[in-house]
Design a protein around this ligand. Structure first.
Ligand code: NDP
Ligand code: X15
Length: 343
C-alpha cells in the first residue's frame, strides 16, 4: 500500500513536493490545495492532481467553479484519507493550519522552514535527524539555507566542529515573485546577528549550540542563495580530506570554476541543460576551488537552489514519520534515484 500524501498549499514548494511524491514507488498524492483559482490551480488539475480548496468556505469553492476549474471540495473533504499532510502554505500560515486543521483531525503533518522550531515536535534534515523524527507526528523540514548548511556541516562533522561562521547572501525573491525586492540594494536581512539560520541549524543539530553564528544579506537575484563558510575544527586538516568527505556525502556536488561554473547563473544553466523540470537543482553545490584550509580552519563557498533543495528532504521526512524505512541512507537512495539526482 502506498502512503497517502495530501499537499496543502500548491505553491513553489508544494508543487515540487507533489511531483516528487508522485515519482516515488511507495507514496502517492491524494490531493493538492489552492485558495485561488489561478493558472497554477488549472495546471494542477491538468497534471491529474485532485484539487481541493485550502480554506473551507463556500464562496471560495464557488470561485473555482465559476472559473471552470474542476474542484473536489475543500480540505475537510479529504483530510481523513491522508496518512500525512505536507504543508506548503505561506510562512506563519503553516502553524495556523497545524493548530486549526491537522491536530484536530489527528493527521501527521510536515511544516516548512517559514515556521518556527518551537511549534513542532522536531526539525528535519535527512542526514542529521532522520532517526530522531522517526514516527513523530509534527515535524518541520528546515528552510532552504538551513538545509544547505546542515548538509555541508554533516560532511565536515568527522573533523570535530569547534566553531562555524557563515555569511549568507540570500536571493531577493523567487523567479515568479513580482512584488518582493530589493531591486537595487544590498539589504542586511535580518540586520540582527545571528540570522535565524544558525539557531535553525541548532534545532536540527543540538550539539552545535554556541558553535555556529550566521549573518545574512539579501541581494537582487532570483536564482540561488550563496554562502561563505569559515569553520574551525579540532585539529589540522587537509584540503584533500575535505573534498573526499564532500564527495562521500549525498546531495552535495562539487562544481569547478575551471569547467565554467563561474557563478550561480552558470550553475542554473547546467540545471537547464540537464533538462531538469523548472531548472531544479536539489543538490547543494560547493565550488571546489573555494575549498581551502589554514591549520585547523576550513574555508569554502557554496550555492543553494532555494526552490528545490528541501524537496527530497520532504520525501525522506514522509518516510521517517510514517516509519516506512528505518535506514536513512536507504531512504535517501530511493528518493535520489526516483528524482534522478546526481548523488
Ligand atoms: N520559496 C522558497 O524558496 C522556499 C520556501 N520555503 C518555505 O516553504 C513554505 C512555502 O513557501 P512557498 O512555496 O515559497 O510559498 P508560495 O507563496 O509559493 O506558495 C504558497 C501556497 O500556499 C497556498 N495557500 C495560501 N493560503 C493557504 C492556506 N491558508 N492553507 C493552505 N495553503 C495556502 C497558496 O495558494 P494560493 O496561491 O491559491 O493562495 C500557494 O499555493 C514557507 O514556509 C517558506 O518559508 C522553504 C524553502 C524554500
Ligand atoms: O527558506 C528560505 O530562505 P531562508 O533559509 O533564508 O529562510 C526561502 O528562500 C524562503 O525564504 P524567504 O521567502 O523568507 O526569503
Amino acid at each position: 500500500m502506498k502512503a497517502k500524501v495530501l499537499i496543502n498549499g500548491y505553491g513553489s514548494i508544494g508543487k515540487r513536493v507533489a511531483d516528487a511524491v508522485s515519482a516515488q514507488k511507495d507514496m502517492e498524492v491524494i490531493g493538492v490545495t489552492k485558495t485561488k483559482p489561478d493558472f497554477d490551480a488549472k495546471l494542477a488539475t491538468e497534471l491529474g492532481y485532485k484539487l481541493y480548496c485550502a480554506i473551507p468556505d463556500k464562496e471560495r469553492v464557488k470561485a473555482f467553479e465559476e472559473a471552470g476549474i474542476p474542484i473536489e471540495g475543500t480540505i475537510l473533504d479529504v483530510i481523513e484519507e491522508a496518512d500525512i499532510v505536507v504543508d506548503g502554505a505561506p510562512k506563519k500560515v503553516g502553524k495556523e493550519n497545524l493548530e486549526k486543521i491537522y491536530k484536530p483531525n489527528k493527521v501527521k503533518a510536515i511544516l516548512q522552514g517559514g515556521e518556527k522550531a518551537k511549534d513542532v515536535e522536531d526539525n528535519f534534515n535527512a542526514l542529521w535527524s532522520y532517526e530522531r523524527c522517526y514516527g513523530k507526528s509534527y515535524v518541520r523540514v528546515v528552510s532552504c539555507n538551513t538545509t544547505g548548511l546542515c548538509r555541508i556541516l554533516y560532511a565536515l562533522k568527522d573533523f570535530g566542529i569547534k566553531k562555524a561562521r557563515v555569511v549568507l547572501v540570500r536571493r531577493g525573491a523567487d523567479p515568479n515573485d513580482d512584488k518582493t525586492g530589493p531591486i537595487n540594494a544590498i539589504k542586511p536581512n535580518p540586520v540582527t546577528v545571528p540570522s535565524h539560520h544558525g539557531p535553525d541549524v541548532v534545532s536540527v543539530v543540538p550539539e552545535l549550540k554556541d558553535k555556529i553564528i550566521t549573518s545574512a544579506v539579501i541581494v537582487p537575484t532570483t536564482l540561488m542563495h550563496q554562502h561563505t563558510l569559515m569553520v574551525e575544527v579540532e585539529s589540522e586538516v587537509k584540503r584533500e580530506d575535505i573534498l573526499e568527505k564532500i564527495n562521500e556525502t549525498p546531495r552535495i556536488i562539487l562544481v569547478r570554476e575551471k569547467e565554467g561554473f563561474s557563478s550561480t547563473a552558470k550553475i542554473i544553466e547546467f540545471a537547464r541543460d540537464l533538462g531538469r523540470k523548472r531548472y531544479d537543482l536539489p543538490e547543494l553545490c560547493v565550488w571546489e576551488e573555494s575549498v581551502n584550509t589554514l591549520g585547523n580552519e576550513i574555508f569554502l563557498m557554496q550555492a543553494v537552489h532555494q526552490e528545490s533543495i528541501v524537496v527530497p528532504e520532504n520525501i525522506d521526512c514522509i518516510r521517517a514519520m510514517l516509519e516506512m524505512e528505518d535506514d536513512k541512507f536507504k531512504s535517501i537512495e530511493k528518493t535520489n534515484k526516483a528524482l534522478n539526482l546526481i548523488k
